[in-house]
Design a protein around this ligand. Structure first.
Ligand code: GDP
Length: 297
């Protein structure tokens, strides 16, 4: 995650910190390189532009360039600004699951990693918080997806709602709610159907399920490798369904990381978790401080 961006930035900042005395022009030149590095990492243009402007406003002028360690000061300003644009929720990992049984709606495009993420989060809730979780697949068009969730449930020791053929997604969601209440579950997670593109039916179905259960969290799962597309998908889901947070998957891949940097600024929605592998414990909370540190090496 972020390796290329991180390499590029450390190149720029090594030069800057070795230089000793700095002029405003030196800082501007370095920030131009930072801007190129951000754009190459697929950070969206307005986000990169605002970022550079914010850093420039703070890093030029007497206070920084005349300080004893101007280069390090600039790096610190970049770090703080990175943390600022990454910051979303105060506690991204804290899912709102008081008032059991709490519904969590999982939405996203097919192949984004939605079913895997559902199981990863269920495992986390079970193991870290001792919660009893029930998972249900609403993907009535793809029996394989329903079976996949059942298999994952078996692997992590989390119950899944029995599959009943011929039910529509809203009926399944309602059955999950009833079952979760009767069975004393703390949380029930609804894995909605994904499609290759956002279309009318996908949105209508997710909205109908949302209206049927009033989820405490609606988590959008997007593929972090798709860069700015991930941000566009998030924007559209949020406009049409309303989401409470984003999970970026495949952040273990050779993604350039731009989606992570643009998400909050463009959509206003926090990244809550990142998927970092296929294994069912390969999920981390999205901590801005740690991520900013990772980007700056
Ligand atoms: P869905 O169609 O959105 O439900 O996607 P799936 O959950 O079936 O995931 C599709 C593929 O992506 C599977 O092979 C998963 O193992 C894989 N996958 C999901 N999340 C991650 C991740 O964070 N990293 C990696 N490397 N693979 C992932």
């Amino acid at each position: 995650m972020f390796e290329n961006l991180s390499d590029r930035l450390s190149g720029v900042f090594d030069k800057l910190t070795k230089q000793g005395a700095l002029s405003d022009d030196d800082v501007k030149t370095a920030l131009r390189e930072v801007r190129v590095a951000l754009l190459e990492a697929d950070v969206s243009l307005p986000v990169a532009r605002d970022f550079i402007k914010a850093v420039q406003d703070k890093a030029t002028g007497q206070a920084v360039t005349k300080s004893i360690t101007p280069g390090q000061q600039v790096v610190k300003i970049v770090h703080d600004e990175l943390q600022h644009i990454l910051t979303g929720d105060e506690d991204p990992g804290a899912l709102k699951i008081d008032n059991p049984p709490a519904p969590i709606l999982m939405v996203g495009l097919q192949g984004s990693g939605k079913t895997t993420t559902t199981a990863k989060l269920a495992k986390r809730l079970k193991e870290r918080e001792g919660k009893r979780v029930l998972m249900a697949s609403l993907d009535v068009n793809r029996p394989a997806a329903m079976e996949q969730l059942q298999i994952l449930g078996g692997q992590i020791g989390v119950d899944t709602l029995p599959i009943v053929k011929g039910e529509d997604p809203v009926a399944i969601a309602k059955r999950a709610k009833t079952q979760a209440g009767l069975g004393g579950y703390d949380v029930y997670m609804l894995d909605t159907a994904g499609r290759l593109h956002i279309d009318q039916e996908l949105i209508a179905q997710a909205a109908a399920v949302r209206d049927a259960v009033s989820p405490r969290e609606t988590l959008l799962v997007v593929d972090g490798l798709t860069g700015q597309d991930a941000v566009n998908v998030a924007q559209e889901f949020d406009d049409k369904i309303g989401v409470s947070g984003v999970v970026l998957t495949r952040m273990d891949g050779d993604g350039r990381g731009g989606a992570a940097l643009s998400m909050r600024a463009i959509t206003g929605k926090p990244i809550r978790f990142v998927g970092v592998g296929e294994k069912l414990d390969a999920i981390e909370t999205f901590e801005p401080d740690r991520i900013a540190g990772r980007i700056l090496g």
